[in-house]
Design a protein around this ligand. Structure first.
Ligand code: PAF
Length: 284
């Protein structure tokens, strides 16, 4: 029989485990996911396990962060495979609630983070970050971990979560998981599987072009010029469209005119029907 990471489905059961660990003086970490785990997720489990004694992985496909016409129904639900993968990692427990456990009848609350949620992915997917902020707030309060980890791949999501965790005094350390890349540097994502071989080859240029932007910006080229140059290079490489290439303050995500502190380039480009996200530190 294949090993499965143990799972609980209710907040009460999750809290009973966490309470028992705390009674033994153990530190607890939380890795929120929507399942369909790939090596990027597993790297988050490994990274947080360096800091805590017990790791909880939540698996919940959160309906409130999907917009109309987005793929909530089609989103892969692969709990058994996910739990098999987790059995080979330091994860101690899966928390896999159903919709009614997370959003019981009468649920009427919403966490909304203004400013930082509005641009980029927030503009492309109205309501998305409210859904993320609401479910992550619930997961943090349900588990009350010492540390929770979120991948840098979704950099704006990480910034939104850091903002509300601070604003709402949620007693948790928010840890950033390093962006995992494939051999050619393409950011790891479940969406990469949708690319045909020719598109996959083009996709490998994304990080090369962003690295050039980082180098141009660090050498003093005007930031708007580096963004325009990268956009042209992406289109010339075969990307169908570029949603944005923007150099922003690493914390507030406000677009920058000049480099004066930690900055980040955020970019989304499309190939075929696939929307690829990437981001890189500038001046780090
Ligand atoms: O990044 C994700 O997988 C989701 O947005 C998260 C943080 C698990 C919230 O549903």
């Amino acid at each position: 029989m294949t090993d499965l990471c143990p799972a609980v489905r209710t907040v009460a059961d999750l809290r009973a485990h966490v309470k028992a660990w705390r009674a033994d003086g153990l530190k607890v970490g939380l890795v929120p996911t929507m399942g369909a785990l790939h090596h990027g997720h597993l790297s988050l489990v490994e990274a947080i396990a360096e800091k805590v004694d017990r790791v909880v992985v939540s698996i919940f496909v959160n309906p409130t962060q999907f917009g109309e016409g987005e793929d909530f129904d089609a989103y892969p639900r692969t709990e058994e495979t996910d739990r098999t993968k987790l059995a080979g990692t330091p994860a101690s427990l899966v928390f896999a609630p159903n919709g009614a456990e997370m959003y019981p009848a009468g649920f009427a609350s919403n966490i909304s983070v203004s400013g930082i949620s509005d641009r980029f992915e927030g503009a492309a997917r109205p309501g998305h970050f409210d859904g993320v902020a609401t479910v992550v707030t619930k997961l943090l309060l349900q588990c009350l971990p010492d540390v929770a980890i979120f991948g840098e791949k979704d950099y704006q999501q990480l910034a939104v979560i850091r903002r509300f965790a601070t604003d709402l005094d949620i007693p948790v350390e928010i840890m950033a998981g390093t962006l995992i890349r494939e051999n050619d540097g393409l950011a790891a994502s479940s969406r990469n599987a949708y690319l045909n071989p020719q598109e996959r080859e083009i996709a490998g240029q994304f990080n090369v072009i962003l690295k050039q932007l980082v180098s141009d910006a660090e050498k003093g080229m005007a930031l708007r010029k580096t963004e325009a140059k990268a956009t042209d290079a992406l289109l010339a490489a075969g990307f169908k469209a570029v949603d944005y290439v923007s150099i922003v303050d690493a914390d507030t995500l406000e677009p920058l005119e000049t480099l004066s502190g930690p900055a980040r380039v955020l970019a989304v480009a499309r190939i075929g029907s696939v929307r690829l996200l990437d981001n890189m530190a500038i001046g780090a």
